[in-house]
Design a binder for this molecule. Sequence first.
Ligand code: AMP
Length: 126
Amino acid sequence: MPVSGLGPYDDQNIFARILRGEVPCRKVFEDAHALAFHDIAAQAPVHVLVIPKGRYVSFADFSARASEGEIAGFFRAVGEVARQLGLETAGYRLLANMGPDSGQEVPHFHVHLFAGRKLGRMLVAE
Ligand code: AMP
């Protein structure tokens, strides 16, 4: 059972549909553990989402249930995406929303990768 407050995994969520090839994406990277693609509503010059291939609703779910191989493979993929995009010198920001207070919209664990400009403060005041 998932451990986060997001409920059971929904196989119809948009990222599950992208993983199955039912919905197109602008793919950046893919390997056995992860898929990376451009966010449809980019909030920075580079805004890429990296998602694991397994059925995890959130970071809480992924960190509790994924195997060590899945966790290592996923985070190595995040680093590889940044390297392949040539972002290591200028830098980038990783962000993962988890649950209601974060505003997580899509119930499939994902990491946002932002880059391409000075990214400012980490949190914008409400
Ligand atoms: P979060 O609020 O952390 O759950 O982020 C979900 C992200 O998914 C948002 O930045 C959306 O713009 C993005 N998104 C939603 N649907 C798609 C899609 N079909 N392709 C690419 N990105 C998407």
